[in-house]
Design a protein around this ligand. Structure first.
Ligand SMILES: NC(=O)c1ccc[n+]([C@@H]2O[C@H](COP(=O)([O-])OP(=O)(O)OC[C@H]3O[C@@H](n4cnc5c(N)ncnc54)[C@H](OP(=O)(O)O)[C@@H]3O)[C@@H](O)[C@H]2O)c1
Length: 301
């Protein structure tokens, strides 16, 4: 009997490699729906990433967040092949994101890069293709976006997104192309909440996706034990408290873990809720310090 993806008692099987899930979808402005939790695969090498993706699929992840710059699209593709997720119903149940290298921005170069990336992933289409960094000192996002639109028209990309765009970059892209992206993936965690960027996105129908949702682990100890105290009160982990706070904010999250147990923990966010005081205590941890890079000056690859 085929497994039911919404029934939490049904395990992953060989015919249904994607385990049970109760993760909600977020509706995007372009009509597509993205699972609110995905697995990040940054800093996992090409060989190591395949078992990591396979264990995530078994745990019930339906969303993988990759990038050309992570140098592991081949390993992600091998995991999808091994799990039988390249075509058919299994493919339809999955959301696969990848991102264009900064060095390949531009109309022709983006089209060429996409062909290579799709080949590595062994897929016919990706659910989301993203501009990785705005590189405002070498702006090519307008031309790149025109290539992205062509890929969407060809049915090889479903949703177009960007990462690390500040409002000024979103406005410039809109002025040049007449479009806002459906998703902006930005660094966002309790100690760096980027409220102005989030407000601009909300105003313009752009879904916010939080990368480094736990500040790469640093926020687990944020606020002199505030997170830990809330975790103890709910008998959950500090990671679950932070990820639950994101979920309650309506943010898409892509926590990374190479450990199957942590992957399961990071999906298990729906059997408790923060009370308003607890949620507000995490809101109050906001600060000005990034864990990652500054989009005004950084280029990734
Ligand atoms: N668009 C961009 O420019 C951009 C930039 C950065 C990241 N990203 C994306 O966002 C994803 C996530 O961000 P991130 O990897 O920087 O940071 P993160 O998800 O905030 O944190 C990952 C770190 O936390 C640990 N961890 C995970 N789950 C845990 C748990 N339940 N308990 C304790 N520790 C836990 C992981 O260790 P273990 O792996 O050892 O479990 C890892 O060291 C990336 O993988 C990537 O897909 C995008």
């Amino acid at each position: 009997m085929a497994a039911n993806p919404t029934n939490p008692t049904t395990p992953a099987t060989s015919t249904n490699p994607i385990g049970p899930t109760n993760v909600p979808d977020i509706a995007l402005a372009d009509g597509n729906r993205i699972p609110q939790i995905g697995l990040g695969v940054l800093r996992i090498d090409d060989e190591a990433v395949s078992p990591v993706v396979e264990s995530a699929l078994e745990a019930g992840y339906r969303h993988i967040d990759g990038a050309a710059g992570y140098n592991n699209e081949g390993g992600v593709g091998r995991a999808l092949a091994e799990a039988g997720c390249l075509t058919g119903e299994n493919r339809k149940r999955l959301w696969v994101t990848t991102k264009l290298r900064d060095s390949e921005q531009g109309y022709d170069s983006a089209l060429k890069a996409f062909d290579r990336q799709l080949g590595l992933l062994q897929l016919d289409y990706v659910d989301m293709y993203m501009i990785h960094w705005p590189t405002p000192f070498d702006w090519r996002s307008g031309d790149t976006w025109r290539a992205f639109v062509r890929l969407r028209e060809e049915g090889r990309v479903k949703t177009l997104g960007v990462c690390n765009f500040l409002p000024e970059h979103l406005e410039k892209l809109h002025a040049q192309t007449g479009e806002y992206p459906a998703v902006n993936q930005i660094e966002l965690h309790p100690t760096f909440q980027q409220r102005e960027v989030v407000a601009f996105c909300e105003e313009h129908g752009i879904a916010v996706e939080a990368y480094s949702p736990m500040a790469r682990g640093a926020d687990l100890n944020a606020g002199n034990g505030v997170i830990e105290r809330i975790a103890t009160a709910h008998q959950v982990s500090a990671a679950q408290v932070i990820l639950r706070w994101h979920i309650e904010n309506g943010t898409i999250i892509i926590p990374k873990s190479v450990h199957a147990e942590r992957q399961r923990e990071n999906l298990d966010l729906f059997s408790f809720a923060l009370d308003p005081d607890e949620h507000a205590a995490i809101d109050a941890l906001d600060g000005p310090t990034r864990a990652g890079h500054d989009p005004l000056t950084f280029t990734y690859a």
